[in-house]
Write a protein that binds this ligand. Structure first.
Ligand code: KG4
Ligand code: ZN
Length: 414
């Protein structure tokens, strides 16, 4: 076992024998000619072990995923050593399934692309160690991937989108607005000052004990709230969107989470329920929280569009805004963003929900993008480390705050 420092390093090292065993499961076709570049993508930055094989035309040749959501729902959140253990148990099988489904033998791959930043240290370490062993055995190039870059570029797999575009990336671990100017050229306009919206929605869902709800027991927190919100009245509670006075593109969700915590406690008292029992007000709370989160995301995005236009960073006409990451699969949030798109005459593009949440396809596609652009394709992997924290692009959030752009009030009729 190779152990390096805890903030950046490689933790788990599968034995050479294991990788050889893994490779023996494939038939080699050394003479077969592959017309397109083909990349194997591997994702283990959080709680999904995912792999996919994608070619340069955007064809997904094979994919596989093992989600840990059910395990973490039971323990009330992600416990990093548990996530690490599950990645270790499943990574070889998932990569093998993706390769087998693609009918591409490892020798035919153009490169292996793997998430190395940002994410949970113990989880990133599993994917990186596995990948480094694999590329060493196969003598293939390695492409280290930034998880948020991959979320931002996924849309270029599903739609013909040119740079520049504005990206709103919202997930369980991240929340940011960035201008994408090229494959690895981003300007960071703002990000969450505390927790991510998915994290907050997961906490609220747990506080409401939605895993005890017959319709929501198998859903992630965000999905459960979206489902329940359809039966609720968003106007039942007057929750204020965070940071209304701060004229920047940063986000905050922990204050709102505490307000909702208090509200749930008060409702438990009023309804005479114990913690863990479902509240009759749960659907109304879900609807109010979802609406408030949607308004916060929409307002920050609105300011980002106006800022980019003011600085000529986005075209004045027909600019594209991309929303991606697990929380972007929420249809209510997409509708709220749609109100901003109408007001600013922008087009909103979102990958399909299965590509918004973590997956191997987005990593393989990011590998293809980098391969085509000749960016960060490594033939020597000595010294490669994972990085649990790593901002996306050049941070210009101060400029955004200094511009202090006032946004017109929009009627959020959704
Ligand atoms: O992108 P992702 O799979 O993993 C991270 O990189 O975090 O996002 C997972 C997050 C979870 O917090 C989950 O509750 C949230 O995305 N999520 C949703 C929905 N589906 C997943 N949030 C709101 N509405 C949804 N439909
Ligand atoms: Zn993600």
């Amino acid at each position: 076992m190779l152990i390096l420092n805890k903030t950046a390093g490689v933790f788990f090292k599968p034995s050479k024998r294991k990788i050889c065993e893994f490779l023996r499961n494939f038939n080699y076709h050394p003479g077969k000619l592959f017309l397109h570049k083909v990349v194997l993508g591997i994702e283990t930055s959080c709680d999904d072990t995912a792999a996919a094989v994608v070619d340069e035309t955007g064809d997904v040749l094979g994919e596989a995923i093992h989600s840990q959501t059910q395990v973490h729902l039971k323990t009330g959140g992600i416990i990093p050593p548990v996530a690490q253990q599950l990645h270790r148990e499943h990574i070889a099988r998932i990569v093998q399934e993706a390769l087998s489904a693609s009918q591409v033998s490892p020798s035919e791959l153009s490169a292996v692309a793997t998430t190395v930043k940002p994410g949970l240290a113990l989880s990133l370490g599993v994917g990186l160690s596995f990948s480094l062993q694999l590329v060493a055995q196969l003598r293939k190039p390695f492409i280290p991937i930034h998880h948020m870059e991959a979320h931002a570029l996924t849309v270029r797999l599903t739609s013909a989108v040119d740079f520049p575009f504005l990206a709103l990336l919202i997930s369980g671990g991240h929340c940011l607005l960035a201008l994408a100017r090229g494959v690895s050229d981003f300007l960071l306009l703002g990000q969450s000052l505390d927790i991510a919206p998915g994290d907050m929605l997961d906490k609220v869902a747990r506080r409401l004990s939605l895993m005890n709800h017959p319709e929501c027991s198998a859903m992630s927190g965000g999905e459960a709230l979206e489902h329940l919100a359809k039966q609720g009245n968003k106007l039942s509670f007057d929750l204020k969107p965070p940071m209304q006075r701060a004229k920047n593109c940063d986000f905050s969700f922990s204050g709102l989470q505490h307000v909702v915590d208090k509200l749930v406690m008060q409702k438990e008292k009023e309804e005479g329920r114990e913690q863990g029992q479902l509240l009759s007000a749960a659907a109304d709370i879900a609807a109010a929280v979802q609406h408030t989160v949607a308004c916060h995301l929409a307002r920050r995005t609105h300011r980002a569009i106006l800022f980019c236009r003011q600085r000529d960073l986005l075209p004045q006409k027909d600019a594209v805004v991309v929303a991606s990451g697990g929380v972007a699969s929420n249809l209510y949030i997409r509708k709220a963003l749609g109100v901003v798109m109408n007001a600013t005459e922008c087009t909103l593009l979102c990958p399909p929900p299965s590509l918004c949440t973590d997956n191997g396809i987005m990593i393989a596609w990011n590998g293809i993008e980098r391969l085509r652009a000749g960016l960060g394709v490594l033939h020597e992997t000595e010294g490669i480390r994972y990085e649990p924290k790593c901002p996306l692009g050049v941070d210009i959030s101060r400029d955004v705050a200094e511009a202090a752009i006032k946004i017109p009030r929009l009627k959020m009729e959704i």
